[in-house]
Design a protein around this ligand. Sequence first.
Ligand code: DCP
Ligand code: CA
Ligand code: CA
Length: 695
Amino acid sequence: MSWSPETQSFLKHSPPPAASPPARGSSQSPAPKSQFTHRHLLQLAAFYASCPLRVVAHMDIDCFYAQAEMIKRGITPEKPFAVQQWQGLIAVNYAARAFGISRHTTATEAKKLCPALQCQHVATWKEGDDKWAYHDDAAANMATHKVSLDPYRKESRSLVALVKENLPPHLQRVEKASIDEVFLDLSAHVHAVLMQRFPELSGPPPSDDPDERLPMPSVLGLHWQDDLLVGIDDGETTAELEDPDWDDVAMNIGSEIMRGLRTEVRRRLGYTSSAGVASNKMLSKLGSAHKKPNSQTIIRRRAAQNFLSGFKLTKIRNLGGKLGEQVCMAFMTDMVVELLKVPIEQCRHRFGDDTGTWIYNVIRGVDHNEVNPRTQINSILSAKSFRPAINTTDQAIKWLRIFVADVHSRLVEEGILENRRRPRTISLQHRHGSQARSRQSAIPQGGPLDHETLLDLATNLLGQLSLEGGVWPCSNLSLTVSGFEEGVRNNTAIDSFFPKGGHVLPMAPPVALLKPGTSRAAEEDSTGPAPKRPRRPDGIERFFPPKGVQKTKGGQSMLGRPSGKQPGQQQRGLSDAYVRDEYMSDEPASRAPANHQQTPVAPGYTCDQCDAGFETGTELQCHQDWHFAKELQDQEGRVRPRVARNAAPTTHAPDNTSNSQHGAGASSSSSSSRRPGRPKKTEPGQGRLNFEPFE
Ligand code: DCP
Ligand code: CA
Ligand code: CA
């Protein structure tokens, strides 16, 4: 019997099995059959998101900023230690947590709880300095200092690099999920190990039928060492452990890989970490937080429902925000165990077919989001909130100098000196009361991109904003460079995007800040006529792929890949900014009293797209809105502003290659120069970007 051509071609690209261990069991006796098939094995090797043998892990560094500072200073883990930002604590080590100290505690309260607590203020840029440093007096000088997250970004890069180094290059899929987290799709790696250890799995199915069931694993029990193995019910018997199927074996191999990886992170970088190993991103993320510090939690498919039952709905990835709240309100409960009683028809009735089905599945542990390898940053941002607000151009320019130094040092790390990568666009965002505006311009290509050039460009943008008036008092300024290109290029294409007589293209205004608990519509009412803004899709629809994706014959390939994405599957890039609701749900801004001058400033937030740091969740939201507007603008593209204004609705549907949006050279622009293959319909709930004409 031979494989079909499609499968043969697939196998050709599979890693060759390594030397086989001695055969286990006898091939003579009729073996019981597994519930999994040869097709599932093929899917595992090919990272199929719907493969039932799939293994996904999430790794999160324990008390990250605290460990980073402790390692730097040789402080041992049993010493209570915290990282301070102004008067608040942003990271607390586990020794200090034993005293009841948390991120919600102020530095003063924490010292009362534990007099031996050592607090280290985060590094800051001091007004007038051209480099960040650790300043003993930073906490008392918020008005003249700006937080630098550079030390943690550097550690974060080392972490991701080490993870990648320690996984087989062709079998890894690593997604940096935040400054101290990675998702890993271990499926192909696990597949390779399975093939090595269980030679009976390699080779074609005897009948050449990929749906033929596999023999049961020739192992009697699986060892999980110190891992926390979530049971199928609260009083799990050991019986099921003696009868593992291939999904359990795959999970066991995944847990072994993660144990090794975490040991390596500890050995090489000094960090303890926690991990979750499961069949998808949602479960693995909940798993990594389940038992901290320094342990890992394994959620096998058969244990998923029991594991989820104990959670509140809003703890689930993508349900920490508005949609989660709506579901809780609709069914009058926030507990998953109660929501499991809601029939799928009711979910669909309340939330529509796609969203309803997605909710129904996700609380049962079904999540087909891909692990998206993202390695390069798309933009660099430096920002500061002013409390009290600033009132003069001189003050603003002082801060622009700091932003420029900050951005420049990170550009150097990105390789601008060697012309490895270079941003195309610079923009300045400004907030005056509830009004947020921004201006952007092209960065001249060719010459050096030094402090002076950046400062000239930034000052020019500030000048343009000032000319319009309504600038002072200013409560927030941020400078961003974006649109990175690889290597040096003659950048005529992007130049053609900007109007003649100057290189400034007014950017669509960022979406107005949403006050916690305020609906978008209410916000518009309260601030008077709002600037035109791109709407982002509401609810879970924003995570859905465009409809009408081309299907293969019969809707499935040989490997059983369903055409298009699964409901609930996250789009890369564009909507990534909005899939962090669970992070936002711990929003310190909502806890922070209104009078910021007299109270500790809420701890920082980090943008998952560009690692920019923010002091409040609201600022992060504003910034993410900016990413959204920017992505839309980049996608619209290449559409001339005037044409875009009057043209019939066109698309800016998210695509799956957002990184290239920024990285690719811009093509010349017109509304008809849409890239091939892009769907013509807008996403549900998305309006089009409306560029104001440049005067
Ligand atoms: N962070 C922050 N402000 C927040 C949340 C996080 O400044 N509101 C920073 C400090 C953290 C780092 O991000 O050290 C990672 O955030 P985590 O949520 O992973 O928290 P920790 O790593 O500190 O603790 P844990 O051991 O619970 O993961
Ligand atoms: Ca962490
Ligand atoms: Ca984290």
